[in-house]
Unconditional design. Structure first.
Length: 197
């Protein structure tokens, strides 16, 4: 490959050597091409078959976003990043932090490491455009991961329902379609106890 035909890479974007045309469009042997580009400092190895073009910052080379890594790893199939950042923002009493990123998708389950970061992937059903009410159900279902009791979350949900922060019909619908029977019963109880307030 001549220097004139060298590929250009978008900073912060992740690329694959397998299954997609990411690097294959530049070479019949994308793995060998990727290794050379790593030696030249143009790409950084994130995990088996996944590389990224670093973002230059005043602190050095910055990695790609979690979303970008998942886009490359899941080969463009839909996914949703959830967990403490989403749960804590609800204001229901959760202040969780953990060292992995929770990702729902329809392709893979398991624990994976990309560029030294830990991702916990689960194959679960989730809405295409999740509302805050869906994230409430997600938090209730994973209260143990968030390190908060159901009682505390129930108290927080009642308080915020009284403040009319949530769409009551949507909350019930999310619990009905995405929650367990226990979660649906808890949400129903909270809605009943705050009716007319």
């Amino acid at each position: 490959m001549s220097r004139a035909a060298e590929p250009e890479f978008e900073p912060g974007r992740a690329y694959r050597t397998r299954r997609t045309r990411n690097l294959r469009r530049f070479s019949a042997n994308p793995a060998r091409l990727a290794k050379r580009l790593v030696r030249e400092g143009r790409l950084i190895h994130a995990a088996h078959g996944i590389y990224y073009a670093p973002v230059e910052s005043r602190f050095g080379q910055a990695p790609p976003s979690e979303t970008e890594l998942m886009r490359a790893f899941l080969d463009g199939s839909p996914f949703l990043i959830t967990g403490p950042p989403k749960w804590n923002a609800l204001g229901l009493g959760a202040t969780a932090m953990f060292s992995s990123t929770l990702v729902y998708n329809q392709k893979r389950s398991g624990e994976f490491f990309f560029d030294g970061r830990r991702f916990l992937l689960r194959r679960v059903l989730y809405p295409e455009n999740p509302s805050p009410e869906w994230f409430i159900i997600d938090l209730l279902q994973h209260h143990d991961m968030a390190g908060v009791s159901l009682t505390e979350l129930q108290n927080g949900l009642v308080a915020t329902l009284k403040q009319e922060r949530w769409n009551r019909e949507r909350l019930f619908d999310m619990a009905k379609h995405y929650g367990t029977k226990k979660t649906l019963a808890l949400v129903t109880d909270c809605l009943r106890n705050t009716r007319g307030e």
